[in-house]
Ligand binder design. Sequence first.
Ligand SMILES: [Zn+2]
Length: 210
Amino acid sequence: MLFFVGYVFTPYFSNLLNYSFLQSYFDASHYLIIVVASLFLIDFFQYVLHYVQHNVPVLWRLHRLHHFDKTVDGLINFLSHPIEGMISFILLSFFIAIIGIPVETLFVYAILAAIHGPFGHSDIRFSDKLEKIINKFFITPQFHRVHHHLDMKRGNSNFGGLFPFWDILFGTAVFPQKYKIFTNPTLGISSEQKPDYSILSFLINPFKRT
Ligand SMILES: [Zn+2]
């Protein structure tokens, strides 16, 4: 989905803008550098977008649907409001076009995200030692679990998609060991914000007064 929407919208924005910041650098670089740089740039965009979704009230109304279930597992990765999905994909396409990222590398990111998404939302637990090692390179399920915490003082953290670098760099990283979330998970959103378990309730939830 991510790839197909990007593949449709990115050429449209490229034609519209007729300028890309890094196009000439990408044209002159080795393909491995292009792929790695593109992955980091797309992941950085996802981090910023996710941060904004939590901190701009109107966007949180859409994004909170991804957080509503207190059972966080691999399936919740696929749970989001369709309007949020469309906004995210269109903004990402615009970002790819204006930076000049080759749209083909979105395919690589989409594959990694398709594998990492369900994994990152699962309840797989590593030992503290292994957790620390993996978290240096990739976001672990318990690291992302902190993000789904009911208490937004804790949940407003760990916005990263694939890599933990952006959270560490911008001071939004909270490592799971700090809150002992392994033994006492309290996840989800407040009951006033929650939809009922019906498709209609889910779809109209962002437009409710709460
Ligand atoms: Zn979130």
